[in-house]
Design a protein around this ligand. Structure first.
Ligand code: HEM
Length: 199
């Protein structure tokens, strides 16, 4: 029983009721899901701590948290990949799973003589039938390598920009003078000077 219809009473469709050949690889789905959610929860906790320390005005002293947030980017990337692996591997061996067939009063799925759930294969698509006949392995490999090079270059540029921004730190904000109709202009001129001084 699971918390599904707000009553804890609705049985969840178990994988053991699907034919063994129609089940996804379990270990990879199991692990990737947990890696994704685990990192997600850690990131939520790190952000919550960041908000708390910022509110206490002690965030700049918490070097360990600031460093974890920088290093955390790698884990977020890993979580992203794990989520994707979980979604892709978890739906095997289907690209489109055919709808399962429910009994008349909609309380349970229809089970065949073999004890497994029944579905109409004609309205599903297996991965093995979804391979494109017009793209060969060499073409797929070439585009994969090109995408890899493109994204690695973009990642390098991104890290360089991020690094220079972090090293420079935030620009000083000059509060416009109250009651002065030219306050905003003065403030922006002051910011401009501050930038030139820093340059
Ligand atoms: C905080 C806990 C998280 C929960 C409860 C959660 C939940 C989910 C769920 C329910 C799915 C759909 C799985 C399926 O296809 O059946 C999913 C997929 C996915 N998640 Fe998470 N997630 C979490 C954290 C994260 C984080 C932190 C990232 C990345 C930074 C992430 C990236 C992804 C990606 C890329 C997919 C695959 C989307 C697709 O291709 O359809 N998730 N997640």
């Amino acid at each position: 029983m699971v918390f599904d219809d707000l009553t804890f009473s609705k049985p969840v469709v178990g994988l053991d009721r699907f034919r063994p050949e129609d089940r996804p690889p379990l270990l990879l789905s199991y692990l990737s899901w947990r890696v994704m959610v685990g990192i997600g929860v850690l990131m939520i906790a790190a952000c919550a701590l960041g908000i708390y320390y910022n509110w206490r005005k002690t965030l700049p002293e918490k070097r360990w948290l600031l460093w974890s947030l920088v290093v955390g980017i790698v884990f977020v990337m890993a979580s992203n990949q794990a989520g994707w692996i979980g979604a892709e591997v978890g739906r095997q061996p289907w690209i489109v799973h055919p709808p399962v067939i429910w009994n008349e009063d909609g309380t349970d799925l229809v089970v065949g003589e073999d004890g497994f759930y029944q579905y109409d294969e004609a309205v599903g698509l297996r991965t093995v039938h979804a391979v494109s006949p017009s793209v060969n392995a060499a073409e797929a490999t070439t585009s994969l390598i090109l995408f890899l090079v493109l994204y690695l270059s973009l990642a390098a540029v991104w890290i360089m920009v991020l690094d220079s921004k972090i090293r420079k730190g935030p620009e000083e904000y000059v509060i416009p003078e109250q009651g002065d109709e030219h306050g905003v202009k003065k403030a922006s001129a002051a910011r401009q000077h501050a930038r030139l001084d820093n340059a």
